[in-house]
Design a protein around this ligand. Structure first.
Ligand code: ZN
Length: 139
């Protein structure tokens, strides 16, 4: 069973975000990387925040990241999440990719298990048919 209920809305990507989600559908976690200065960024944007270049490519994320920060949700923000309370929302950072960060969940960590700096490993969950979400387990 997925960490979050499948009744939650699926991603609805913008033009800039579409390659990210197309790669997720292939269970590839990728981040936008500036083709001129190499800076990684997320969420995807049309312009590099470092050098203002509009040229970009997509680079694979490593399997391991670390929890930059997190919260544990005790109050439902959507009717569908009531059965899974409390759940965590983690911001996972990838130090090798200039610290680019992804909002996700650590699916095998209870509320008291979460720690800033905790090493986590990428796993994939199928949200609905063909829609894969990058999630994490404790390393
Ligand atoms: Zn750049």
């Amino acid at each position: 069973m997925p960490y979050m209920p499948t009744e939650l809305p699926a991603p609805n990507p913008t033009m800039d975000e579409r390659p990210f989600w197309e790669n997720c559908a292939k269970q590839r976690l990728t981040f936008q990387r500036c083709a001129d200065c190499g800076h990684y960024r997320h969420p995807p944007t049309p312009v590099c925040g470092k050098c203002r270049s509009t040229r970009c490519e997509w680079g694979d994320a490593p399997e391991m990241g670390e929890v930059f920060t997190y919260t544990v949700v005790h109050h439902p923000s959507h009717e569908a999440v009531k059965p899974v309370l409390p759940y965590n929302i983690a911001v996972v950072a990838f130090p090798e990719l200039n610290g680019v960060r992804l909002v996700s969940n650590v699916i095998d960590a209870g509320p008291d298990d979460m720690r800033v700096g905790m090493k986590v490993r990428l796993v994939w969950e199928e949200h609905t048919a063909g829609v894969f979400l990058p999630r994490f387990r404790r390393a």
